[in-house]
Ligand binder design. Structure first.
Ligand code: ATP
Length: 749
């Protein structure tokens, strides 16, 4: 970046012009806001005595206007200090050359319609991220446009002042990125609009109505990209989708807090950010207490059998539950009988059954019954009328015959009275019966309680034998035994949600149309299949890393099955890490090489830092920790985390430090991160987060050469941006005895 660029002055003037125009628009927006507010107030006052529909329309129009003016104002206010970050000199084929300044919002000149700032999400801005200099093509909603890119220029603007500019081509492209990566000192995730890389841009802008699966290395920007894709999605498809219909599923609440700043920075609000467990509990309205996933993980780390958890995450289990549902469906179908009012058949059982099993089969089971109830009610209404008409006719005829055909007075009177009595008794009785027919008929179908239904499945040997016939007797017994005590785990949620979806359906409020899943490697296939079935959409963006699949005993170990589940999905990979220095990534790659999955080594973006240090010490001394922390702080780094393997290790370490007056924070799922504190984090909870410096501690429990431990260790190592320390009694505790990359040794007694 330079200030000696020949265009520097001209660019300064352009910035001044942009800022002053923004100021003008802001003032106008302020006036627009006030006048809309004023108009609304007047229309409200007029509501009582004027033509209220006109006033109502006025209110609506002004409310819309108010909303637009407010959005415009907020958008501009947010970027006042940095209106744009780049420029392209671009000529669309057949049009004049344009200089387009790219920023986080768009601004057009109100009279000339000249674009003053172009939104980074607009189609033409794609040229900046995607286009090499020269002739090029870009996509506008599926239509390919051609043009010529003459130049790309980047700006460093801080507090509204232009500090430097730089023209970029292929060779210099990385400088801004380097600066962004080296300078990052935030403990929460941030937006990266000015440095989005081409491979990332392709994912952000990939077909929005199609699912996408991304296998991305640790630190490759998966989370960041998913969030930018949401912003791009709402910018591009906002007319068709409300933000409320978008959901991002994060691994835990801590993570939601960690990403909490990015979406507002990207102009997105109101989207649903939750965890799978919270979402399922809200959508099913079930009140159950789940075993903590970290306790569960620790059980498995200490050798508890994983087959039940594994089974419950599989599509085989989905099929077992599906067979159970089909049985319920057939039991219901068997209960249909012909519907009568008195002796008149209103509807045949066979027809009702056909509606239930075929015509309405696309609906959840209880919804089908609700529809059948409506069909029946309307049929009863029509048929009742026809029956009553017929009967009235019949009695009128009978009366006519009696009155005209019987000469004998006494007989005639007797017959007429009989006919009238019968009519007066029968017709109201039919009327009354008709009113109750539907309710009485539908009473046979009792509503299901999802929890009870599933509980009985978990503990009933006959049901298990019927629906899981392949299981051995021992497996069946173990399964029942495991569920004697009512205890719920995360794996049960897929089944409960699936049952809810198939039997009752998901309420509109929870029926998200677009889903973004981060850390998807920790999902089971059944979880994904259940969500897809319940939401009746496949518009999923799924990002994850199999190398970080610490729950792989019950979740994904390969992408192919996910691709089969989402056949329309495109699949992308990201191999570069933007987080970690070369030196740290080389150490983490040593662990990656030991994994069962054949995953390519991660390529760090060229950025060097200190060699990772192994501090050899038999036990934890608070002073040592203080010294390391001070050394890190002296290098200008802020966020520092000590990552321990288990919750228990983290707790012990936290207590030792506390007892020695070392200020620190033990992170739990419920906590939000305090940037200034030394953070103590169990490894499974560190997933997705990042810190300037990481100290991986292994005092009480070493990392063993097992599937789970390798992944936990890999997660821990890849959380570091700039500095990495390993502290413990031996290098073996970090599975690095045979490491072929530099690790500095610092021996303490
Ligand atoms: N193009 C980019 N420009 C600047 N910073 C970037 C870019 N891409 C990623 N980063 C930074 O790299 C870091 C890692 O990003 P992120 O947390 O999104 O990666 P991830 O793939 O989700 O990581 P993990 O799987 O390890 O949790 C973040 O600090 C992010 O801001």
């Amino acid at each position: 970046m330079t200030t000696t660029h020949p265009d520097f002055q001209a660019e300064e003037q352009r910035l001044v012009y942009t800022k002053s125009y923004m100021q003008q628009i802001l003032q106008e927006s302020q006036r627009d806001l006030q006048s809309a507010q004023e108009n609304i107030r007047h229309s409200m006052a007029d509501l009582d005595y004027l033509d209220s529909s006109l006033s109502y329309l006025n209110i609506l129009a002004n409310a819309r206007f108010f909303e637009m003016a407010r959005n415009q104002k907020e958008g501009l206010e947010a970027v006042q200090k940095k209106p744009y970050f780049a420029r392209i000199d671009f000529q669309k084929t057949g049009e004049a050359k344009e200089l387009l300044y790219i920023g986080k919002t768009s601004l057009f000149h109100r009279e000339t319609h000249e674009p003053i700032i172009v939104d980074w999400r607009s189609p033409v801005a794609n040229v900046y991220y995607d286009g090499r200099l020269g002739d090029m093509e870009y996509d506008v909603r599926g239509e390919i446009h051609q043009g010529h890119l003459f130049a790309k220029r980047q700006y460093k603007i801080e507090d509204g002042q232009l500090l430097a500019i730089r023209d970029i081509d292929l060779t210099t492209n990385d400088e801004l990125l380097q600066e962004a990566l080296a300078g990052k000192a935030d403990v929460r995730l941030t937006e990266i609009v000015s440095t989005i890389q081409q491979e990332q841009n392709e994912i952000i802008r990939a077909h929005l109505r199609q699912p996408i699966i991304v296998q991305g290395a640790a630190g490759s920007g998966k989370t960041t990209i998913a969030l930018h894709r949401i912003s791009y999605f709402l910018y591009t498809m906002g007319e068709h989708f409300n933000p409320e219909q978008l959901m991002i599923l994060a691994p835990n609440k801590l993570f939601i807090d960690y990403i909490g700043d990015v979406l507002p920075e990207l102009g997105v609000d109101k989207i649903c950010q939750t965890t799978f467990a919270d979402y399922v509990l809200a959508a099913t309205k079930l009140k159950i207490k789940l075993q903590s996933p970290s306790d569960q993980l620790e059980d498995f780390m200490t050798g508890k059998s994983t087959w039940i958890a594994e089974m419950k995450g599989s599509l085989d289990y989905r099929d077992i539950i599906e067979r159970y549902i089909q049985k319920i469906e057939h039991n219901i179908a068997a209960q249909f009988e012909d519907v009568y009012i008195e002796k008149y058949c209103i509807m045949r059982a066979s027809h009702l059954k056909k509606l239930f099993l075929h015509e309405f089969s696309y609906m959840p089971i209880e919804k089908r019954l609700a529809h059948i109830k409506k069909v029946l009610a309307s049929h009863v209404r029509q048929k009742k009328q026809a029956i009553l008409n017929k009967l009235h006719q019949k009695y009128d005829d009978a009366l006519g015959k009696a009155l005209n055909g019987i000469r004998d007075d006494v007989n005639r009177r007797r017959l007429v009275t009989k006919v009238i009595d019968e009519r007066d008794e029968r017709i109201p009785a039919i009327d009354k019966e008709a009113k109750a027919t539907v309710t009485t008929y539908m009473r046979r179908f009792t509503k299901h309680n999802i929890k009870t239904l599933y509980r009985s499945f978990l503990t009933n040997p006959d049901l298990l034998a019927e629906f899981a016939p392949d299981w051995h007797y021992i497996e069946q017994q173990q399964f029942i035994q495991a569920h004697v005590k009512e205890q719920w785990t995360l794996e049960d949620l897929a089944a409960l949600y699936y049952l809810q979806a198939r039997l009752k359906g998901i309420d509109d409020a929870w029926k998200m149309r677009v889903v973004f899943i981060d850390e998807v490697q920790d999902y089971s296939l059944f979880q994904l299949a259940a969500l897809k079935a319940g939401l009746e959409t496949d518009m999923f963006t799924m990002v994850g890393d199999l190398a970080q699949g610490i729950h792989s005993y019950r979740s994904l170990t390969a992408w192919e099955p996910v691709q089969q589940l989402f056949p329309r999905a495109s699949f992308r990979t990201l191999q570069k890490s933007y987080r970690t220095t070369i030196e740290i990534m080389e150490v983490a790659n040593q662990i990656l090489m030991r994994m069962d999955e054949t995953l390519p080594l991660v390529e760090p973006v060229v950025r060097h830092g200190p060699t990772p240090t192994f501090v050899k010490t038999p036990s934890l001394h608070a002073q040592q920790m203080q010294d390391i922390v001070q050394a890190i702080r002296a290098n200008g780094h802020q966020s520092i985390a000590v990552i321990c393997k288990t919750n228990a290790d983290a707790m012990t370490l936290y207590q030792t430090l506390q007892n020695n007056d070392v200020a620190c924070q033990l992170l739990t799922e419920q906590e939000s991160i305090n940037q200034a504190m030394l953070l103590i984090v169990p490894s499974h909870l560190a997933k997705g987060l990042e810190f300037d410096a990481v100290i991986v501690a292994a005092f009480d429990t070493p990392y063993f050469d097992t599937k789970i431990d390798r992944k936990l260790l890999y997660v821990a190592l890849t959380r570091a941006m700039h500095e990495l320390y390993l502290i413990g009694p031996s290098i073996e505790a970090f599975l690095l005895a045979n490491a072929t990359v530099p690790i500095q040794l610092s021996e303490l007694n």
